[in-house]
Design a protein. Sequence first.
Length: 388
Amino acid sequence: MTSQISAIEIQNFALWDKMKSKRSLFSFDLEITARCNNACRHCYINLPAGDKAAQAQELTPAEIGRIADQAIELGAMWCLITGGEPLLRDDFEEIYLLLKRKGLLLSVFTNATLVRAEHIALFKKYPPRDIEVTIYGASRESYERVSRRAGSFAAFERGLGLLFEAGVRVRLKAMALRSNLEDMEAIAAFGRARTKDFYRFDPQLHLRFDGDPARNAEIGEERLTPQEIVALERADEARFGALQRGCDTLINQDFTHFGCDHLFHCGAGNGSVNIGYDGTFRLCSSLWAPATTVNLRQVSLRQAWEEIIPTVRDLRSHNPEFLQTCRKCALSNLCLHCAAHAHLETGAMDGATPYFCQVAYARAAALRDDPSYADGAPYKAAQNQVGG
């Protein structure tokens, strides 16, 4: 008999669109710690593994359970457990089971270096939807140049091997950095050889959530040039092919938000939110600007969802430079600029982010196959004509 059952990826499930239309909460990211056993130069959140002050601020399992109950009441079905390094917490299994028994689909972000037999037993008995692991290097030298922890590459290989042997669904990703740039081809080969359905890399870094100037300087040193980013993307046939196929959408000279002073045109707070290790509620993990966050130890998740999000998403800019540039830019879909990243870069949600602009110009030059576009002159000229 012919099967009448078909399978679709859960992210393509039609229910998501129905829930979005009713402004339901369908997922939340839960940072259960900001601490990490690695000390990666590029990381925007990590605190030392032994940071007692940070540990004392971490949500307890009871607090996590209350927040999860409120999220489910609002419609949540999916939770991403992240950090820092979530496996650092001695009560990780308790937290995982607490959320799993509430009926939530769970994903976990980890560096895999702390994966132990008890984690494998947990994941085999109560499978996550997936576990996403970051590859910092394909060799000990490159990996530990990023992690700054001796022995971390061997721990990563061991933990990743345990996950694969157990049949846990693993997705692999990488950050493209100054410290591993020469290894990126090998990193991609490492990732694609081990996961058939998913491998991605991110070539753009944003700054520290805590604003630490010394750590921000390190992140600046790890950033690739726009030309290096484009070269990496060109070398990835699937990635660059997708950019080329979407060229007319990604570069849209008729596009403009001119006349609209809203700061937010992204999806922050639309169906998903971020909850920090200390209970801080954010529309997305990167939005740390004052007056955009509240602490769920003081207010309910429903109040944050129903009152804070609409207030934040209605914030406006009165900055003429921003309104005359970003709000009229044809390359907005090639740029990492957003209110959250702008605040991290400049202290203002409508601040100028030249580095992101330069990356967007370089991408446009590659897609148009015209080096003259690399300085953004055609787009700047168009901006001057729109509403000028």
